[in-house]
Ligand binder design. Structure first.
Ligand code: UN1
Length: 501
């Protein structure tokens, strides 16, 4: 029987679908079943990036001069196209990324929400006016586009994260080269194809697939004015250093080591449910994952028992099966790294492995990268599994006695993305909201589940001060221009000429 040929996908440069000048390809593999090849994608090089940057440069003036409400109209059409294709995009995302269908649907929905919400900014993009020091003089501030933006995206939110970058870049009037995550190129391609269908002009959005070579070429390209990156803290730091050579704007969204505090007055069942969702949703492969559960000593035993019981019941398997609750991790290297951390937890940190800890290979699972949902208990602040980002289905439970101690534990890592507290006491809740040094903080829910109209980002090793989503993202993708209009008909010197009262 003739084997069905694996579909080849292309880069999108200057409105054309073209293969890489390298003529090399890589396979997009299903992490739940590595015999399932979703497609072949161009393994692009610096030459492809140069072509994409040139196309984005050529399109820049026309796009910048297109009134923002008109740009936004195209983005509203884009949102409709994404919504129309939600089911197909969801299926394809689960197949290439592994997360369960419900979560993949949430990911596509987040891209739709982001597109509708941010397109609305096309009729706002507010600046401000302010009085000038001198009579007969007017002062105001407007946003101007940054120019050419390079977007580098990860695997864990294959459509949501590209949309967080792409849509605000476009509404602000920038042109874009997107380097898709090499493990999930189809979801980026679906988003870019939808841009084409929505009528976004040629060259405004360009897509280059591949590994680090095109990523590095984008970061180093002199004509790129901004790099927006989501990924590891190590890579982010390298990108920041390289961007500094050229004074590029750089927005980084990196790791996390997020914690949930569970107070002794909390609704324990609710806290267990939240912890389960926060720790094992997306197989723990979220920067916002609840990888630490900081639990009051008075309820610690009860909490651990209930949590372990629930973890044992989680159904691990192929995300395409509607019954599955936890899918695979993204690839073999990720699996080995996570298993390595489990080994560190057991044998070096000497924490208690309460449940899980192994690779799963039963039946069809041997074809993919599955790890048992894993909980360490009796974890102490400072242990490696308590400090370092694992990015997998592993969480650790840390006992504490006072809220101040719990807050110190939460803040005692080199990350600051998301935090949470379960409590019924309003004083505890407000005190924690004030003291937790993270970009996002939840009360009575887990550390995951950010919505697109609020700023997203974190402190310390998580970011470099920028926030995506909300209206705050506009501060990444536009620059302020201060405008002074003197209609006095004479020279007026600010700070020097005295104004008669
Ligand atoms: C990420 O973890 O990389 O808040 C993004 C959440 C999602 C986005 C997560 N809306 O968990």
């Amino acid at each position: 029987m003739a084997k069905t040929e694996i579909k080849k996908y292309k880069n999108y440069i200057g409105g054309e679908w073209i293969k890489s000048s390298s003529n090399e390809w890589f396979d997009n593999v299903n992490p739940a079943d590595t015999t399932d090849i979703i497609g072949r994608f161009p393994a692009s090089n610096a030459e492809d990036v140069n072509a994409a940057v040139q196309a984005a440069k050529d399109a820049a003036t026309r796009w910048r001069r297109t009134p923002a409400p008109k740009r936004a109209e195209l983005l509203f059409s884009l949102a409709q196209i994404l919504a129309k294709n939600k089911d197909a995009f969801t299926q394809q995302m689960t197949r290439e990324m592994g997360k369960v269908l419900k979560e993949a649907g949430g990911d596509v929905q987040e891209a739709i929400d982001c597109t509708y919400y941010t397109a609305g900014e096309g009729r706002r993009l507010h600046g401000f006016t302010t009085p000038a020091e001198m009579p007969n003089k007017f002062a105001m501030c407007v946003r101007q586009p940054v120019g050419l933006c390079g977007l580098i995206t990860p695997f864990n939110f294959p459509m949501a994260i590209p949309s967080w970058k792409l849509i605000p870049a476009l509404v602000c009037g920038n042109t874009v080269v997107l380097k898709s995550g090499e493990d999930v190129p189809l979801s980026s391609l679906n988003l870019v194809k939808a841009c084409e269908e929505a009528g976004i002009p040629k060259g405004v959005v360009n897509l280059v697939n591949g590994f680090s070579e095109p990523g590095a070429a984008l970061v180093d390209h002199h004509d790129v004015r901004l790099i927006s990156f989501t990924g590891s803290t190590t890579t982010g730091r390298i990108i920041a250093e390289r961007c500094a050579q050229d004074n590029k704007i750089v927005s980084l969204e990196m790791g996390g080591k997020n914690a949930i505090i569970v107070m002794d007055d909390a609704d324990v069942d609710n806290a267990v449910e939240g912890s389960l969702w926060g720790a094992f949703g997306t197989s723990g492969q979220r920067c916002t994952a609840s990888s630490r559960l900081v639990v009051h000593k008075k309820i610690y035993k009860k909490f651990c028992e209930k949590l372990v019981e629930k973890v044992k019941q989680l159904r691990v398997g192929n995300g395409l099966d509607a019954k599955t609750e936890v899918g695979p991790v993204i690839h073999e290297d990720a699996m080995q790294k996570i298993l390595g951390y489990i080994h560190i937890g057991k044998d070096i940190d000497k924490a208690t492995l309460a449940v899980g800890g192994n690779r799963l290979t039963k039946g069809d699972m041997k074809k993919g990268w599955f790890i048992e949902p894993t909980v360490f208990t009796d974890v102490k602040p400072g242990m490696r599994i308590e400090q370092e980002e694992i990015f997998g289905p592993v969480t650790c439970v840390i006992p504490f006695s006072t809220l101040d101690e719990a807050i110190d534990i939460v803040n005692g890592v080199n990350y600051g993305l998301s935090s949470a507290i379960y409590t019924q006491d309003v004083n505890n809740a407000f005190y924690a909201m004030q003291e937790l040094y993270t970009g996002i903080c939840y009360v009575n829910s887990a550390t995951i589940g950010a919505e697109v109209h609020l700023p997203f980002g974190g402190t310390k090793g998580t970011g470099n001060g920028h926030r995506e989503a909300g209206t705050q993202v506009l501060d990444i993708f536009s620059e302020w221009k201060a405008l002074y209009i003197d209609y006095s008909g004479k020279l007026q010197k600010a700070q020097i000429d005295a104004v008669e009262i």
